[in-house]
Design a protein around this ligand. Structure first.
Ligand SMILES: [Zn+2]
Length: 253
């Protein structure tokens, strides 16, 4: 069985709404329920592109919540305070990894307060820059968040006392092993052509796309095993080689 979960990062009031509107329309039309990573109090200047009234923004997030989309906590400010690549070792920057437990826990509480004030119940974590460490996981569990969207596994696993719904891809791929594959999209800096390519693929792959709720209803999630660890090792190598290759031949990632 091969299934996809779709995830969109960097959802905030000042995001690129021109790109988002077309995606949103298509997701609703196709009844696809993605994970959206919402930044509760964005201070990242790179994500200050468009604008929408805060009140309207949260109304919209509540609407997505009611549609069965998965609203993920995507940091607090989305600004980077350390150069720690955390457990995933993907990017050397983090809003969380490398900071003491108390600071991380405080940030998570502040972020959750904003969601609570806006009547959104958060169950899942999406780390800015995919960077988080064991203290982040402790702080998440303390705050009743027990799921992470990240990790290079071929199936969801329980690891370090938390459920990992793996995220391995940044685009659709035709030739894949059976498994649960999450594709991460950053719509803010894409061209109109890229947005239409995503829309085309959503249509092509819609029968294989599931939501987090579908996954949790229909799967028993097991503890991490030796095969998961091997898969994680090999997939990480593959990402590393691809990224070096792109740098070497000067292609855009
Ligand atoms: Zn982000």
């Amino acid at each position: 069985m091969k299934k996809y979960i779709i995830r969109f990062d960097d959802i905030c009031p000042t995001m690129n709404w021109d790109n988002w509107e077309d995606l949103e329309k298509e997701l609703i039309k196709l009844n696809i329920k993605p994970i959206i990573g919402v930044i509760p109090d964005n201070k990242d200047k790179k994500l200050m592109i468009g604008s929408i009234d805060e009140k309207k923004f949260w109304e919209r997030i509540r609407h997505f919540d009611q549609l069965g989309w998965t609203i993920a906590l995507h940091g607090l400010h989305h600004t980077y305070e350390t150069q720690d690549s955390g457990l995933l070792k993907l990017n050397n920057r983090s809003e969380f990894a490398g900071l003491p437990y108390d600071i991380q826990s405080n940030k998570i509480r502040k972020a959750l307060d904003i969601f609570t004030r806006n009547q959104i119940n958060i169950k899942i974590w999406m780390a800015p820059a995919h960077s988080f460490d064991e203290n982040t996981i402790l702080a998440l569990r303390e705050n009743n968040i027990n799921i992470i969207t990240d990790g290079f596994y071929s199936r969801p696993v329980i690891h370090l006392g938390i459920t990992w719904i793996p995220q391995q891809l940044w685009n659709f791929k035709r030739h894949l092993f059976p498994g649960i594959w999450t594709i991460c999209f950053h719509h803010n800096n894409l061209s109109t052509k890229d947005i239409y390519k995503i829309i085309e693929n959503l249509n092509n792959y819609k029968k294989r796309i599931i939501s987090v709720d579908d996954l949790l209803k229909n799967h028993t999630i097991q503890r991490i095993n030796f095969l998961d660890i091997c898969f994680n090792f090999l997939w990480r190598k593959k990402i590393h080689i691809n990224s070096n290759l792109h740098k070497y031949i000067g292609l855009k990632k």
